[in-house]
Design a protein around this ligand. Structure first.
Ligand SMILES: C[S@@+](CC[C@H](N)C(=O)[O-])C[C@H]1O[C@@H](n2cnc3c(N)ncnc32)[C@H](O)[C@@H]1O
Length: 286
């Protein structure tokens, strides 16, 4: 459900005027359930939806903004010579298709639970004429119980090469041991210059009602069976990552994302969320 929710955010972003979109994902709507498509259609076609969009009642939201941040780092890494891309918890991410030209045949390993991998493949097969050719390798895994390095090796991933790893909207749903095991695997198989981009949630310390609501929001996802289980404060994340072989090179809280990519929009951002890019160290810190 969370994979569909973030896809819905990108599908809604695609309805905004082209010059206002912070990311443009023309494929997102294909991955929505029947109910999701009905909701999108209502928003797209209803008088209220059109009126609210015309007056730009809603600005960019966090999900497209974090996607844009990661897009920018991915494109820089491809320019700099990254030879492969790994989407950890790929969901309905369509970067393999959106950036087919920039990838120029470089493989994109799309790693996720079997059920979502297969449903994504079926949707793409059903719309084959719209999705161009690209080099996608699907890797089925449960990060909680299986070894990432083994699963990627079986799929043809070349260890030791410069790789760009994307872990978007995923680590907050994992247990601490699975987060650490994933980072350790990424460090061990990534070559020099490899990077990882991921986002994170943290519990804001505002004691007021808004802060309380922000602290409750991640727990509310338990209701749909996808509890948020892992948090790190942005001031502490570099310390944590260094111990797993990475150091933060860029970090943006919600307000910074908005400043960079949607400065003229109405703010719809939340500083309990942030996104970062980190680069591989030769040796993890003690
Ligand atoms: C919020 S979605 C994000 C999807 C995608 N990265 C995006 O931004 O569109 C979280 C993804 O993590 C995957 N995921 C969650 N727990 C997982 C696990 N234990 N093993 C493998 N994938 C997992 C889900 O299946 C889902 O596709």
């Amino acid at each position: 459900m969370t994979a569909e929710a973030v896809t819905m955010a990108r599908a809604i972003e695609h309805l905004r005027p082209a010059d206002k979109r912070v990311v443009d994902d023309p494929y997102a709507h294909h991955f929505l359930s029947r109910a999701g498509r009905a909701a999108l259609s209502a928003w797209s076609n209803s008088l209220t939806g059109r009126a609210l969009r015309r007056i730009e009642a809603f600005g960019a939201t966090y999900v497209p903004l974090r996607h844009r941040f990661i897009d920018e780092h991915l494109l820089t890494a491809l320019d700099a010579g990254a030879s492969q891309v790994v989407l950890l918890g790929a969901g309905y991410d369509t970067r393999a298709y959106r950036f087919a030209d920039e990838l120029d045949g470089r493989p994109v390993y799309e790693v996720d639970l079997a059920a979502i991998s297969r449903s994504k493949a079926a949707t793409i097969d059903a719309h084959r004429d719209e999705f161009g050719e690209t080099n996608v390798v699907r890797v089925e895994i449960d990060f909680e119980t299986q070894h990432l390095a083994d699963r990627l090796a079986d799929a043809g991933f070349v260890a030791g090469e410069r790789t760009f790893f994307i872990w978007e909207g995923v680590p907050m749903y994992l247990t601490r041991p699975a987060v650490k095991a994933t980072l350790d695997a990424v460090w061990s198989i990534g070559g020099e210059g490899s990077e990882i981009a991921h986002d994170m949630w943290h519990l804001v310390d505002d004691p007021g009602i808004r802060g309380t609501a922000k602290r409750l929001a991640p727990n509310a996802l338990s209701v749909i069976g996808e509890p948020v289980t892992f948090f790190i404060h942005p001031e502490e994340v570099d310390f944590f990552l260094r111990r797993h072989g990475f150091t933060v090179t860029d970090l943006a809280m919600g307000a910074e994302l908005q400043r960079r990519y949607a400065a003229d929009d109405r703010p719809l951002i939340d500083d309990s969320l942030y996104v970062l890019c980190a680069t591989r160290l030769d040796v993890p810190a003690d």
